[in-house]
Design a protein around this ligand. Structure first.
Ligand code: NAP
Length: 221
């Protein structure tokens, strides 16, 4: 697949690039094309040149892709969705975006009026663009450590079965990461809000690279 990582010069974008570049064409997007090209070079170096990665501006990255991952801070979401509407055609859009704030004591979930970042993205994108909310609780540092097996689950919310299956497939390509369906896009606020909770628990209990896994307490025979 051709996967655009908008804002892919940052932490989580770099993580996706190193995990997917051997099987897919990765297009790193940035507000500045030369910064994206530099990032692509750094990813290729990490992969010892075994991968298909290039960089360009965000709009061109979206236009050239089949899947777009929104790897930008929540505040920048309009810039890579509504303001780049004309670059979208029929892509699947993945939103790992978490709207959250820190009040000096703990992180809290700060959703927009639409209800979640993913629902805001839906309201800003052209009609018919399929959105899957995913990867909010995956730690970028763990993702960047390419050989590391992630013991976590990736919780996916979306309304289109085919898009959900595509994202589940991409999830399985990341060593040991398990995709779990968590409801329609309307339920995405529940998944997004797990991130500030996870960060608070990680800080209070000194847990590095924290993740979430749903277990079954059922005893197997
Ligand atoms: N980091 C994690 O562990 C993690 C885990 C799960 C989910 N997420 C979510 O993933 C998203 C990206 O996180 P991140 O940690 O990778 O972020 P980041 O490294 O802080 O930023 C990612 C990229 O966003 C672009 N950007 C920054 N400010 C911008 C602005 N005002 N307008 C447009 N683009 C801007 C920058 O790219 P250019 O300067 O190249 O344009 C930057 O490299 C966030 O929504 C976050 O909630 C992160």
């Amino acid at each position: 697949m051709k996967i655009a990582l908008v804002g892919g010069t940052g932490d989580i974008g770099t993580g996706f690039a190193v995990r997917w570049a051997e099987n897919h064409e990765i297009i790193i997007g940035s507000r500045k094309a030369d910064k994206a090209q530099e990032s692509a070079g750094a990813v290729l170096q990490k992969l010892e040149q075994n991968g298909n990665v290039w960089g360009t501006d965000n709009g061109s990255a979206i236009a050239a892709s089949e899947v777009v991952v929104l790897c930008v801070p929540f505040e920048s979401l309009p810039l890579v969705t509504g303001e780049m509407k004309s670059s979208y055609s029929s892509q699947i859009v993945i939103s790992p975006v978490v709207p959250m704030s820190y009040n000096g004591r703990f992180f809290q979930y700060s959703p927009p009026p639409e209800g979640s970042a993913a629902l805001q993205a839906r309201s800003l994108l052209p009609e018919g663009i399929r959105i899957v909310a995913a990867f909010h609780t995956i730690c970028a540092a763990a993702l960047q450590a390419r050989e590391r097996h992630l013991k976590a689950d990736a919780l996916l919310c979306g309304d289109d079965q085919e898009a959900l299956e595509s994202v589940a497939g991409l999830t399985r390509e990341i060593k040991s990461l398990r995709p779990l369906k968590a409801g329609p896009l309307e339920a995405s606020s529940l998944v997004e809000s797990l991130t500030p909770m996870l960060l608070n628990a990680a800080r209070k209990n000194k847990i590095k690279d924290a993740g979430i896994r749903i277990i079954s307490e059922r005893e197997e025979a």
